[in-house]
Design a protein around this ligand. Structure first.
Ligand SMILES: Nc1ncnc2c1ncn2[C@@H]1O[C@H](COP(=O)(O)OP(=O)(O)OP(=O)(O)O)[C@@H](O)[C@H]1O
Ligand SMILES: [Mg+2]
Length: 223
């Protein structure tokens, strides 16, 4: 379980994001919905331990991650968190197999690769280079790469952002299916995908007091 308490993040440019308290249960799937700039990616990055909160707490299974050292956070992320990015972050000139194979350098057991490729319908692409794949296929490879280490927590930042609706919907259905039993937190702009998740959290109401000091005004919805 992930528990967020009194969390805020202030950037050097004085953009301050204040989060309402939230809890993400084990084995449940969540969709984070909210206007551009409301702090969704920042939240995922703080949960992943790549950004530090300015104040407040992030507890994962009772452990206060904000009190952990960066080394401990990095280890936790490598072992327990699967992170899926909107822009895939795959190496275009390498094959699917090699993009997943490089995880062995981090000590990840990749023996589950074939069954995940199978589940996501891209087993036949295993030896293809990433640059020869469609957007939907690349996103599926990114999902396999995030899930192969059997993480407890899956963070997906706009996993459908680069895909058309039909393909994006299919990818989300598959993502939710292969994430069964884990905590899945997915950011998306598209509320039509909400029905595939256990819960939809509207970040427009979760964040408050967000303001950009330079502009001196709140960020408008859909800005
Ligand atoms: N590294 C940074 N330095 C300064 N400000 C930042 C940084 N990262 C994010 N911000 C600011 O924090 C706010 C939240 O950004 P964030 O990327 O979390 O939004 P988001 O909800 O993911 O938006 P989008 O839907 O466009 O991806 C924005 O105002 C952004 O400009
Ligand atoms: Mg974002």
């Amino acid at each position: 379980m992930i528990r967020i308490t009194d969390l805020s993040k202030q950037f050097h440019n004085e953009t301050r994001i204040t989060y309402r308290d939230m809890t993400f249960g084990s084995g449940r799937s969540y969709m984070l919905l909210g206007a551009s700039g409301c702090g969704k990616s920042t939240l995922l990055n703080m949960i992943a331990g790549v950004l530090s909160p300015t104040s407040g707490k992030i507890e994962i299974d009772g452990r206060d991650m904000t009190a952990a050292s960066q080394k401990e956070k990095d280890r936790f992320r490598i072992e327990k968190i699967g992170y899926i990015f909107q822009d895939f972050k795959l190496i275009e000139d390498m094959t699917v197999a090699d993009n997943i194979g490089i995880l062995r350098l981090e000590g990840v057991d990749i023996s589950g690769t074939d069954s995940l490729l199978e589940s996501l319908g891209i087993a036949d692409k295993k030896n293809s280079k990433i640059r020869h794949l469609s957007g939907g296929q690349k996103q599926r490879v990114a999902i396999v790469r995030a899930l192969v280490k059997k993480p407890d927590i899956i963070l997906a930042d706009e996993p459908t952002g680069n895909l058309n609706f039909a393909i994006g919907e299919q990818v989300v259905k598959e993502l939710v299916k292969v994430s069964a039993g884990k905590t899945l937190i997915a950011v998306t702009h598209d509320d039509r995908l909400g029905k595939y998740f256990d819960e939809v959290i509207d970040m427009n109401t979760v964040t408050s007091g967000m303001q950009d000091a330079a502009a001196g005004e709140e960020v408008a919805p859909n800005a």
